[in-house]
Ligand binder design. Structure first.
Ligand code: COA
Length: 338
């Protein structure tokens, strides 16, 4: 077996096809309730990053046979890992070899820690614990099967907002005219200590938000936004964001839902999410379900998700480790001072 650095932006189509096949075998083995990946914009999904981020990728190969894949996204002060080994060759050291390549590069790039999102009830938890990672944060992934939604009741929920507020629907992302206000509302999430380690990208100023939207589009991820405007002040009181990936167009990802502290208690959270679902039904008729994540124990959002028909599905666990500790366990030589 050989671990080779791989550039998905320039790679021949066969490599991408083999990776897509391996990823779908892993989905079927580990998360059978999830839809398979499609080839649409798969290359862009793997290769495009935010302007200030970089992703480095490797393949594990046996001759031409693709056994596994790893990448690190170099962002902030954490290297965020994605790792995948084809189910029929697991427990033979492929994952360990790929992790070794990624951790060695992370150290060479000056990164002190590695983070990874692990799906609950899959072998990955045992793997990362065996490699010295610790679980830093647990979220619950919730799924809403759209065939179970009572659309009439949902329409009523979408209209139930306190007076002085209106909801706005922005397919493609928030309009340019509202970006500053939008970024301010998102920044309030930073004040919530229960929020996660931010392994998923979030954007808190209008310039970064603009870059983030461009990156989403370039990766084949179509954003949708519904926001609540506080009419007397013209400020953004709340927002919810969904992305429909070209690679998995039947499953929408509902990312952030935020209601600014001063505007809580007016039904905005529920109305935002309800309005989003009815817009998605019209805009993306192929959608079968929507997934969303919330911190375990986050009562308000859990209640809203429950009312809308979301059902808890699996834990999403964020693990982290010191790069040096990972390499030490792998028996890599100690870092050489430059
Ligand atoms: C996690 C994953 C990458 C591990 O790959 P792998 O090639 O099987 O891992 P290795 O053979 O190098 O395993 C190294 C050690 O991890 C532990 N481990 C791995 N899988 C395990 C399992 N199913 N149960 C218990 N321990 C396990 C063991 O200690 C193992 O050593 P051993 O086989 O000598 O006992 C693989 O299961 C996978 O692709 N999972 C799906 C994708 C995923 O969830 N990725 C992580 C998030 S991006």
């Amino acid at each position: 077996m050989q671990v080779r650095e791989w550039d998905p932006a320039a790679a021949p189509a066969e490599g991408l096809k083999a990776l897509l096949r391996a990823a779908n075998l892993a989905v079927a083995a580990d998360v059978p309730e999830d839809p398979p990946w499609r080839p649409d914009s798969f290359r862009e999904y793997l290769s495009v990053t935010m302007p200030d981020e970089r992703r480095v990728s490797w393949l594990a190969l046996d001759g031409d046979d693709l056994l596994g894949y790893v990448s690190i996204l170099l962002v902030g002060d954490v290297a965020v890992l994605e790792l995948l080994v084809r189910p029929d060759v697991r427990r033979t050291g492929v994952g360990t070899a790929l992790l070794g390549a990624a951790a060695t590069r992370a150290r060479a790039e000056g990164y002190g820690s590695i983070g990874v999102e692990v799906i609950g009830d899959t072998p990955a938890g045992d793997f990362f614990e065996a490699q010295g990672f610790r679980c830093a944060f647990v979220e619950m992934r919730n799924l809403l099967d759209l065939s179970t939604v009572d659309w009439t009741q949902l329409a009523t929920m979408a209209e139930s907002v306190g007076s002085g507020y209106r909801l706005e629907y922005h397919p493609g992302g928030p309009a340019e005219s509202i970006l500053d206000e939008y970024a301010k509302a998102k920044a309030t999430m930073r004040l919530n200590p229960a929020y996660d380690l931010e392994l998923r990208p979030s954007s808190y100023d209008s310039e970064r938000l603009r870059a983030s939207l461009a990156t989403l589009h370039a990766r084949g991820l179509k954003p949708y936004v519904v926001l609540a405007v506080h009419e007397p002040s013209g400020t953004v009181a709340g927002l919810t964001e969904v992305v429909v990936p070209a690679q998995r167009p039947t499953r929408a990802d509902q990312y952030d839902t935020v209601v600014v502290q001063a505007h809580r208690g007016y039904g905005l959270g529920r109305a935002l999410k309800a309005r989003m679902l009815s817009e998605l039904r019209a805009a993306e008729p192929q959608l079968l379900d929507v997934q969303t994540w919330n911190a375990v124990g986050a009562k308000a959002v859990t209640r809203i998700n429950d009312e809308l028909g979301f059902r808890p599905n699996r834990e999403w666990r964020e693990y982290e480790a010191d790069v040096d500790e990972v390499l030490r366990r792998l028996g890599a030589p100690a870092d050489q001072a430059p």
